[in-house]
Design a protein around this ligand. Structure first.
Ligand SMILES: [Zn+2]
Length: 433
């Protein structure tokens, strides 16, 4: 890395802090998807000043999009002095609900002890800010670079990315002819490269019964007891089978290196009454019980097998339990994604981490999915990683924060990677003081 770029990034520390704080102070809560337009305009104004051509794109008609909560995205592109590859930094702008237990203002962006606090500080406005500072410093230092740089701020990652990266990918924004390298600055820590993620399969299962008076349950058919049998089958057969399967993917934390399944919710019988209702329940046999399952699977498990394992258990209950009947509705399915360890963006960022941090990176994969799925499956672009500052375990927690030193180090790594990808050897002049 050139000393000139490294010094420029280090000198922009206060600017990086201010930018992170400004981003945190726009409360882009999802759901429902608030202030997307505002954050896109904020980014557009800033990046236009630095010579970017900027597009604001509304993902009209995607889940959650309405005139009250429009799904706005921003894509900014800067052209170098000559032809070359395009490096794209993609960050989601949405943050999850605040929750309880905060000691800092979740939208205040307080700077304290070298940390900036706020909802989205680590996931992932700190990463967005670090990438912007790295890119602006690179353009300032090397105005003659070859190629192009893009920065996007996209909606709805926390709810599947359909109003964000998926929408853009469907419209060719991640076509490998247009973009060659993608870095997603999610909070994986400054010395780790995230190669991809496990798959996910979400489904609702409903068991059916028959309503009757609660004093004569034998005249009806209890849907909740049927669901109890489903859960028992999961405990006896599915969970032990999943526990035997381990992946070669470097998933962290280690517990997620096997197949997992969460029972997300359960509802049966009468609807819950409002908290201020103080009446008594009526006596009925429930005719419906529903659960939502969240099944995460490995590269080694075909999606068909994941589905069949659950439906086989349900079909078996039909033969062993009188009157057992169910409906299974698939909610969503996402295939696993893994970028090759010797893909160009992986090798480049790995070298940059060694230069800046002084040790080789750790390669990891994410237990949950993120927007790489759309860049891979819809965009058909395989040269994509997640790399950015922040501690993954702080994401979505109270008192979420990002460390300023970590952001600077990550920005240095991003800057060093840009020099490798977009400068010829003479331009880089690595020996310059
Ligand atoms: Zn995130």
């Amino acid at each position: 890395m050139t000393a000139k770029l490294s010094d420029t990034i280090a000198a922009r520390r206060d600017e990086l802090i201010a930018l992170t704080q400004d981003l945190i102070r726009i409360p882009t809560l999802n759901p429902p998807g608030e202030h997307y337009r505002q954050i896109c305009e904020f980014l557009a104004t800033r990046l236009k000043r630095h010579g970017f051509a900027v597009e604001l794109i509304r993902a009209t008609g995607t889940p959650g999009d309405s005139d009250t909560y429009p799904r706005w995205n921003v894509v900014a592109r800067h052209e170098g002095a000559s032809k070359g590859p395009c490096v794209h930094f993609n960050s989601h702008t949405d943050v999850v609900e605040v929750g309880q237990g905060w000691t800092h203002d979740p939208f205040g962006g307080t700077l304290e002890g070298g940390r900036i606090y706020g909802r989205g500080a680590c996931d992932m406005k700190g990463g967005l800010a670090a990438s912007i500072i790295a890119v602006e410093a690179f353009i300032h230092t090397h105005p003659d670079y070859a190629g192009a740089i893009e920065i996007s701020g996209t909606a709805d990652e926390e709810s599947g990315g359909y109003g964000g990266v998926a929408y853009l990918a469907e419209r060719g924004y991640f076509d490998p002819a247009r973009v060659q390298h993608v870095i997603i600055p999610e909070p994986l820590n400054k010395d780790r490269i995230c190669l991809g993620h496990r798959g996910g399969w979400w489904a609702e299962i409903e068991t059916h019964g028959e309503i009757a008076h609660g004093s004569m349950p034998f005249l009806g058919d209890c849907a909740i007891r049927h669901m109890g049998a489903v859960l028992e089958a999961f405990e006896d057969k599915l969970y032990p089978a999943m526990a035997t399967r381990h992946t070669d993917m470097p998933v962290v934390p280690y517990g997620a290196r096997q197949s997992t399944m969460n029972i997300n919710s359960i509802h049966g019988g009468q609807a819950e009454q409002p908290a201020d209702f103080d009446g008594l329940p009526a006596h009925c046999v429930p005719d419906s019980c529903r659960i939502v399952i969240d099944r995460r699977f490995l590269m080694e498990e075909p999606l068909e097998q994941v589905r069949a394992e659950v439906t086989d258990l349900l079909e078996a209950l039909k033969t062993t339990r009188p009157d057992f009947d169910y409906t299974l509705t698939e909610i969503n399915a996402v295939l696993p994604s893994m970028t090759d360890r010797d893909a160009p963006v992986v090798r480049t960022v790995a070298e940059a981490i060694e230069k800046v941090i002084g040790r080789p990176p750790e390669y990891v994969a994410s237990p949950g999915t993120y927007d790489q799925k759309h860049i891979d499956r819809i965009g058909k672009l395989k040269n994509c990683i997640a790399y950015g500052p922040g501690i993954l375990e702080l994401a979505h927690k109270p008192d979420e924060y990002v460390g300023v030193d970590d952001m600077i180090d990550s920005a240095q790594v991003m800057g060093a990677a840009l020099e490798t990808l977009l400068l010829s050897i003479e331009q880089a002049d690595v020996s310059a003081p």
